[in-house]
Design a protein around this ligand. Structure first.
Ligand code: NPW
Ligand code: ADP
Ligand code: MG
Length: 281
């Protein structure tokens, strides 16, 4: 296992500025699946962060209860609704997304678990799984073999513990993750202070971010950012590295105005522009 630093030098080697002749079709179409009654905000945050990270089109697939919320909160995003009023019960879509994120705010109703299983059986698009998507995997480990190569998982500590079990040391934690990452060809974004990205071979330690990010929706926003880069054609590892770095950078930029306490997840999207511009300096 190699220990690497995720710093500006690494990011500048990954970052591909937009072409003059680009258009929204070539900037990629991301599909964000999740939300449930009372947690539609997670999909608003993920979808907004996704668009503000440069992808051309975003479609959100949410339960019916979220339709007016999403179309009002984020008119730039297109919306598909599940027939169920309160939770995801059936994952079907006609569109051809370049990348998919699933799990934020999704809940773990049996209906949703069944729909998630059905979706994994047929999906072959680049995939990011977060939050309740990870929690469902943790309860149904047989689903892991259905995941496409280089699926990105973005657990926080508790979600990770549900998936791999408890650990007595950092070393044991990385061993458990490494086994899973190699067996199922996964990329882990191990969210924390700081965040690490681990594919079973290389362990990258992020150098941006601060405690302002300890606020509801900051992980949902990260999922949107990484999925945006997936939809723009970045390889899963590069999308994860670039997304984690930029996500943390927005908080480093924002705190001079918000302080640590008044930073909220919406500030992530609000500061993505400044974060991108700081790369070009
Ligand atoms: N506006 C919306 O719609 C929002 C919707 N959201 C959606 O809600 C769903 C549940 O997600 P969730 O992470 O809040 O709950 P869950 O996994 O049950 O963890 C509960 C326990 O885990 C811990 N813990 C939590 N975070 C941690 C961290 N970063 N780092 C370390 N530990 C952490 C903590 O345990 P403690 O430390 O208190 O023992 C906590 O009590 C999910 O689908 C998400 O997308 C949220 O994103 C918020 C905004
Ligand atoms: N003290 C901290 N320092 C740096 N980053 C933090 C800190 N606390 C939380 N974060 C970041 O905030 C995000 C929290 O993710 P998560 O708990 O999934 O949020 P949510 O589910 O509410 O959207 C992660 O990216 C994590 O790395
Ligand atoms: Mg989360």
């Amino acid at each position: 296992m190699e220990n690497l630093i995720l710093d500006l030098k690494k990011i500048l080697a990954i970052y591909k500025p937009l072409e003059q002749k680009t258009h929204k079709g070539s900037q990629g179409h991301a599909l964000i699946i999740g939300g449930s009654y009372g947690k539609i905000g997670s999909i608003v945050l993920a979808s907004k962060a996704c668009l503000r990270s440069g992808c051309g089109l975003v479609t959100a697939l949410i339960p019916k209860c979220g339709y007016d919320v999403l179309q009002t909160a984020l008119p730039e995003a297109m919306v598909l609704t599940d027939d169920n009023e309160r939770c995801i019960s059936n994952i079907e879509f006609e569109i051809e997304p370049k990348a998919i994120a699933i799990g934020m705010g999704m809940g773990q109703e049996m209906l949703t678990q069944k729909a998630f299983h059905q979706f994994l059986k047929t999906n072959n698009k680049p995939l990011l799984i977060d939050a309740d998507g990870i929690n469902i995997l943790a309860r149904n480990k047989n689903l892991l073999e259905l995941l496409p190569e280089k699926t990105i998982l973005t657990p926080h500590k508790k979600e990770l513990e549900r998936l791999i079990g408890s650990w007595k040391s950092e070393e044991e934690k990385l061993k458990l993750i490494g086994t899973l990452a190699k067996k199922f060809s996964l990329i882990f974004v191990i969210k924390g202070a700081p965040t690490h990205i681990f594919d079973g071979e290389n362990l990258y330690k992020n150098t941006t971010g601060n405690p302002a990010l300890a606020t509801a929706g900051s992980g949902d926003s990260l999922s949107g950012i990484i999925t945006s880069f997936l939809a723009q054609g970045y390889k899963p590892l590069e999308a994860s590295l670039f997304g984690v770095y930029l996500h943390g950078l927005t908080a480093d930029i924002a705190i001079s105005a918000t302080g640590y306490e008044s930073f909220i997840a919406s500030d992530i999207s609000e500061n993505l522009g400044k974060a991108f511009l700081s790369l070009n300096k």
